[in-house]
Design a protein around this ligand. Structure first.
Ligand SMILES: NC(=O)c1ccc[n+]([C@@H]2O[C@H](COP(=O)([O-])OP(=O)(O)OC[C@H]3O[C@@H](n4cnc5c(N)ncnc54)[C@H](OP(=O)(O)O)[C@@H]3O)[C@@H](O)[C@H]2O)c1
Length: 345
């Protein structure tokens, strides 16, 4: 392999205050290395951009280092290997994203050969079969312990975790599934295509009132992707012994100070509610179970996983910023399979 071939990478070059912009990132190039002993050279095919990257941009604990390669989930193909655990041509999941090529070692930093399934696209391992689907699955089955016949509310319902939660909840036998999202088009999509029974646009009024209209008899479980007024509204709507699987708080990720607690938090006591955080990295033991559960449905065509693809490595930052703004429906992925042109030589 010639070292005159260059790959591309994005680095963070400044800390944002409030919403990030393209100016906080820079595109860099690097000579694609030969794999050193114990490593494999991977050409990335799909990159995941995720809300947690926003938190890491702040530079607090576990923050991104400036002017250095960023961390992010990716799926790629092994081009050359000196790692006994990986062979040329293998498809691998790893965390060396935000770049076109990476050196990985099986078993280090979560890098692993992925199980491929006829009829299931490889990018599913970053979406419904990846951290996104795993988050929704763990939230419903292990944290909220959703039972058949129960009613569920999901916020940011048209996004990656949200659409996965809606679909998985249906398979688990949920009765009424209610979602909220940030545009009329997304609300329509939720009820017409994504399997939700009711949905509302959270800009249309106070979230608590909109949820009370959509779920006049209350809910049993809330999967919280948003926090703030959404969490407060859900606490109001929950029935006795209801459960909240708290996945994220995207309404406050750009705030300098942590958000105030919901004013009705004491309802947790009155109604014997349970609130529990969901951290997907604590549920990686469920990966095989998730695949065994979902793959037959994916292959049957009865289960649609939703993805917004942004084409071309050079648009990685736009994909990330767009996702934060709500430009996506379903999981947001950068598709590098047609972007070999981003490589210089
Ligand atoms: N705990 C974990 O291990 C874990 C793992 C994965 C994800 N998460 C969390 O799960 C949530 C969803 O993640 P995802 O990857 O599936 O992203 P996503 O929902 O696909 O994309 C983010 C969505 O957030 C919504 N949003 C942005 N600003 C908002 C605001 N101020 N109020 C309400 N909604 C807002 C936008 O949708 P609208 O157009 O509807 O506003 C946007 O599409 C995030 O909070 C993320 O941090 C947690």
């Amino acid at each position: 392999m010639s070292t005159s071939i260059f790959g591309g990478a994005f680095h963070q070059i400044a800390r944002p205050q409030g919403f990030p912009t393209r100016d906080h990132f820079a595109h860099t190039t690097f000579a694609i290395p030969e794999p050193a002993p114990g490593t494999a050279l991977v050409e990335n095919l799909y990159l995941s951009v995720d809300p947690y990257h926003r938190g890491r941009m702040d530079g607090r604990e576990n923050g991104f280092t400036l002017h250095a390669p960023l961390e992010g989930r990716a799926v790629g193909r092994v081009l050359a290997s000196r790692d006994a655990g990986l062979e040329e041509g293998d498809l691998v999941f790893h965390r060396e994203g935000w770049r076109t090529h990476a050196l990985v070692t099986a078993g280090v930093g979560g890098a692993r050969r992925i199980r491929t399934y006829d009829g299931v696209p490889v990018h599913a391992h970053l979406g419904i079969l990846g951290g996104t689907g795993l988050t929704a699955y763990a939230a419903l089955t292990r944290v909220a312990r959703l039972q058949a016949g129960e009613d569920l509310y999901v916020s940011s319902a048209a996004g990656g975790v949200g659409t996965a939660a809606g679909r998985i909840a249906r398979l688990l036998g949920a009765r009424r599934i209610i979602g909220s999202a940030g545009s009329a088009d997304k609300v329509r999509h939720l009820t017409e295509a994504a399997g939700f029974d009711a949905a509302f646009h959270y800009h249309d009024g106070p979230v608590g009132e909109l949820l009370a209209e959509a779920a006049p008899d209350g809910i049993d479980v809330y999967v919280d992707n948003v926090g703030g007024d959404h969490l407060e509204g859900a606490i109001e709507a929950l029935r006795e012994h209801g459960r909240i699987a708290w996945v994220g708080a995207i309404s406050s990720y750009h705030d300098e100070h942590p958000p105030a607690a919901p004013h009705n938090l004491f309802e947790v006591v009155h109604k014997s509610l349970r609130i529990e955080g969901v951290l997907v990295s604590n549920h990686t033991n469920l990966q095989e179970e998730l695949e065994d559960f979902l793959v037959p449905h994916l292959r049957s065509g009865q289960f649609a996983s939703e993805t917004t693809f942004v084409q071309g490595f050079e648009h990685t930052v736009d994909a990330f910023l767009g996702m934060l703004r709500g430009a996506n429906t379903g999981k947001t992925l950068v598709d590098l399979t047609g972007s070999r042109s981003s490589l210089g030589s």
